[in-house]
Design a protein around this ligand. Structure first.
Ligand SMILES: C[S@@+](CC[C@H](N)C(=O)[O-])C[C@H]1O[C@@H](n2cnc3c(N)ncnc32)[C@H](O)[C@@H]1O
Length: 306
């Protein structure tokens, strides 16, 4: 597929605002604890601007935001890897740190690759990989109907989006053909869910966050079956936390994959990659930097993003 059509680059907010109303919005947002109140006010104003009664629409959006609904759910989109990804209630909001997972996948894949975005949520990761590579055969899957709805919307008709538990809904013809399998599966240990910010805890479904007692339940299942779906030389890439990375790597190794680790300090992002042994179509060794230089584990990468 080429760049998914329903997604667009992030536009600049150029339409005029009403200073007095906007400053009262900023005040309300700030009182509710929004740190980036000015930026949020502009985004809310922009989201309300197409309504017939834009003042009433803005008021309603601000009301939802100050009640604690994530900004992205209020405006209906999230910025991710330069794309505008549609999101809404019931769907995980893609995090900026996950752009590192995209970068690692893009560094490994070639145009034309068969890409599988497992636990796809809104489809943000698959969409960004497809946009960067130009042409891929993209498949995505999630267990949540709301996620599947948004992934279909974001990825467009050229991608195949399946609903079900991990690999269960995938067509058999994908077995042994996947060049790049990306998975940002839930990895928060159950006991740490209460410590998450309220926006996540109260507004993102538990299934999007909860990784079980040690946080690795879903990762364990993804890794265990990956070898059956990967092409020879194919790559599994999973986001994890730095604290869990050694255990994630052990899961990969136990599943017959050759594990590597990459860490982006600036984005606090950790990605474990695992290669299915064999000659394949991926670009370079999984631990190599984007410039092709091979590195030892762990790979520490300075982010190119602020
Ligand atoms: C942390 S969110 C990541 C979503 C998306 N990949 C992203 O980065 O924005 C994890 C996703 O895994 C999905 N998920 C959890 N358990 C699953 C399972 N057993 N099978 C398929 N998807 C699952 C959730 O519905 C959720 O959309």
């Amino acid at each position: 597929m080429s760049t998914p059509s329903p997604l667009s680059s992030i536009p600049s907010l150029s339409s005029p605002s009403t200073p007095s109303s906007l400053s009262s919005v900023v005040t309300r947002l700030r009182a509710a604890g929004c740190v980036f109140a000015e930026e949020e006010a502009e985004l809310l104003r922009s989201a309300a601007s197409s309504a017939a009664d834009s003042a009433a629409a803005l008021d309603a959006l601000v009301e939802r935001r100050v009640s604690g609904v994530p900004l992205e759910h209020v405006v209906g989109w999230a910025e991710f890897a330069g794309l505008r990804v549609a999101v809404g209630p019931g769907v995980f909001v893609p995090r900026r740190r996950t752009e590192f997972l995209v970068e690692r996948a893009v560094a490994a894949a070639r145009p034309g690759a068969v890409v599988l975005d497992l636990c796809c949520g809104s489809g943000a990761v698959g969409a960004a990989v497809a946009a960067a590579l130009g042409t891929v055969e993209l498949h995505a899957a999630d267990v949540e109907p709301a996620a599947v709805h948004y992934a279909r919307r974001n990825l467009g008709p050229a991608a195949r989006v399946y609903e079900g538990d991990l690999y269960a809904p995938l067509p058999a013809h994908l077995k042994g053909r996947v060049d790049v399998l990306v998975a940002n599966a839930p990895y928060v240990p159950t006991g740490e869910i209460p410590l998450l910010p309220p926006e996540a805890r109260d507004h993102e479904p538990l299934v999007t966050l909860d990784g079980g007692a040690d946080g690795l339940d879903v990762q364990r299942r993804v890794a265990a079956e990956a070898v059956r779906w990967l092409a020879p030389g194919g790559l599994l890439l999973m986001e994890t936390s730095e604290r869990q990375a050694v255990r994630s790597m052990a899961l990969f190794a136990a599943s017959g994959l050759v594990p590597r680790l990459a860490v982006c300090d600036e984005r606090n992002a950790t990605v474990v990659t695992g290669t299915r042994p064999g000659r394949g179509r991926v670009r370079s060794s999984p631990g190599s930097l984007p410039n092709g230089r091979p590195v030892d584990d762990p790979v520490r990468i300075r982010s190119r993003h602020p």
